[in-house]
Design a protein around this ligand. Sequence first.
Ligand code: DAH
Length: 315
Amino acid sequence: MSSVEKIKSELSALNAEYAKIKDLPPEERKNFGIEMNKKKALLEQKLKEAEEAVEDAEVAPVDETAPSAPNSEIPRFKLGSKHPLMTELNKVLSIYAHMGFNIMESRQLDDEFHMFESLNFPEGHPARDGYDTFRTAENFIPPAHTSTMQYRALRRFKDDLKNGGEIAVVIPGRVFRNEDADATHEHTFYQCEGVFVSKDATMGQMLGVLKNLFETYYGQKLNTKTQPGYFPFTEPSLEFLIEKPKSLGGKGDGWLEMLGCGMIHPNVLKTAGIDPEEYKGFAWGGGIDRLVMLKYGLTDIRYFESGSLKFLEEF
Ligand code: DAH
């Protein structure tokens, strides 16, 4: 029986008792009446409170955002996890950090100067086409590659060159391209850029850094090679390839292009205020998504940006 019903039945029992008044001697009737009325008033007050409590309970607000209201029926929310791209990017950055590289973060909105001029793409240069993708109404550019950060990295660490030192920086970032998305192309993805400058930087050092990066990341020896490429900001320019390891599904036949690289063009150094007669540098940049796809045998790059919990929960 609910408390409201209980009080109601007590009240009706009390009302029945009023009838006893006629059996009492006249001198006792007054006190009996007063006592009965007091009891009745008390019960009526209790009834009112009980009814109000029921009403309150019916409209009690439920905070659906509360993660774990201890006595409620709201299920506990499952804890989220790091996005696989961020977990893997951190592994890459840690490998570079062990080699002595500083880390800077790229921007998601940049400008004409950092996107083109500082990278030796003069106005009207045909190579601009490949990188000229999105622009905001204010003429800002969601960068098509992390190379937009080269100028900032060179300026930021220029003083490290004093007394025979070197500039050594890697720059991870999110980049954007006007792509027709398919299993291997996505409009939004991640890259990591590297910049190294010293008095006598060589291509051999660059290839050593890159081989070490990939072998450490995949945890095995790899066959690597380069082929000629073209980028306005490097001279010479190369593409760096690894042979798809058997342990990662390779059949001893496939070479995968992992990144673009080369010796930093003298104009890029000069624009950043570094004398190309005195200093040499190399730079490289490649996609993180592709690196991770190979490691885990993923076949569709679009999973990364899909927000699919089914996909994310596998990591
Ligand atoms: N930014 C180039 C791209 O996304 C890759 C690249 C090539 C980066 C050569 C470099 C480099 O730093 O030196 O296509």
